[in-house]
Write a protein that binds this ligand. Structure first.
Ligand code: PBG
Length: 331
């Protein structure tokens, strides 16, 4: 590309009118590229999420209605996150393997009555452990990789058998994608997709999510740095993605989103595989807080944030704004 010289080249010529801007636009955003995360709860646990204004924990009836509404808007997929009552949380995260857990019932309820929208289930133990970690602990309190993967693969199989379309391991244990793929194949669940949270960083931006699912109190001061990635690293993200693809992931994810657009670009350039970005809870709350204060234009700021994921190379985007964005895109 050789740059011309002014005034023969005036880049403003193609910016003069809406139709010119539309003709030269390189990136597009469509509802089908959006994934809506949804929190599912029962009884007293349903209702508004304090740290995420505008986000609600839904019961099963509300969940099914919400999926119907999202489908009508053309949203591609929903990602389910269950809220577990404190008394069902244990050090071993046993509820993860309960064949009648809220997650299993949620998957079945959606699959029974809504078609044409994908259902993705997060696979990790943090909704179910009393200590809030994504795996189980060894005698020293260290998250035990092998023991955790042994449970995660059974959890993934449970959700696949319940009819989920995509399992999304968010735990960041080593080797779990291969183990999950093997168990799915052996069980005949050949078409269950795996979206790997491949480059998932130990981020402060998950704070509001932990409030939403009620795991922050359990986690206490303990962080997830022994398994989630160091925000300082970028080459390591490529190694994570390479391993997960080799182990059988169909799609990979980079998480968080906006502060990690460089990682999305590197992953997309290096591997050229279906790549998702997760605009996480803290990013939502930052934007929504500024919107609620009148500091940002809601529609423009949200759509710009989502478009920029696409420009960075993301094929699909998990965002708590997905429903609103799909509405605006359809206007
Ligand atoms: C749990 C999980 C987390 C998120 C998705 N799955 C939190 C964490 O790792 O602590 C974060 C989502 C968000 O912040 O929106 N494994």
């Amino acid at each position: 590309m050789t740059p011309g010289s002014f005034p023969r080249t005036r880049l403003r010529r193609t910016r003069q009118t809406p139709y010119l801007r539309a003709m030269v636009r390189e990136t597009s955003l469509a509802p089908g590229q959006l994934i809506q995360p949804l929190f599912v709860a029962e009884g007293a646990l349903k209702g508004a999420v304090g740290a995420m204004p505008g986000v609600t924990r839904l019961d099963l009836d509300e969940l099914v209605r919400e999926c119907e509404a999202l489908k009508a808007l053309g949203v591609g997929c929903v990602a389910l996150f269950p809220v577990t009552p404190a008394e069902r949380k244990t050090p071993g995260g046993d509820e993860a393997l309960n064949p009648d857990s809220l997650m299993v019932r949620a998957i079945k309820a959606i699959k029974r009555s809504v078609s044409g929208i994908g259902v993705l289930a997060d696979v990790a133990l943090d909704p179910y452990t009393s200590h809030g970690q994504d795996g189980v602990l060894d005698a020293n309190g260290y998250v035990d990789n092998g023991a955790s993967v042994g449970i995660l693969r059974r959890q993934a199989l449970l959700y696949a058998r319940a009819g989920v379309d995509i399992v999304a391991p968010s735990d960041m244990m080593d080797g779990r994608i291969g183990q999950i793929r093997d168990v799915l194949e052996r069980d005949g669940q050949r078409n269950t997709l795996i979206m790997s949270y491949a480059a998932k960083y130990a981020s402060a931006f998950y704070g509001p999510f932990r409030d939403a699912v009620g795991s922050s109190g359990n986690l206490g001061k303990g962080g997830k740095e022994t398994y989630q990635m160091d925000p300082a690293n970028t080459d390591e993200a490529l190694r994570e993605v390479a391993l997960d693809l080799d182990e059988g992931a169909d799609m990979v994810m980079v998480k968080p989103g906006m502060p990690y657009l460089d990682i999305i670009r590197r992953v997309k350039d290096e591997f050229g595989v279906p790549t998702a970005a997760y605009q996480v809870s803290g990013e939502y709350s930052m934007l929504q807080g500024a919107i609620d204060n009148g500091w940002l234009d809601e529609r423009k700021a949200v759509l710009e944030s989502l478009l920029c994921f696409r420009r960075a190379g993301a094929d699909m985007i998990l965002s708590y704004f997905s429903k609103r964005a799909a509405q605006w895109l359809g206007d």
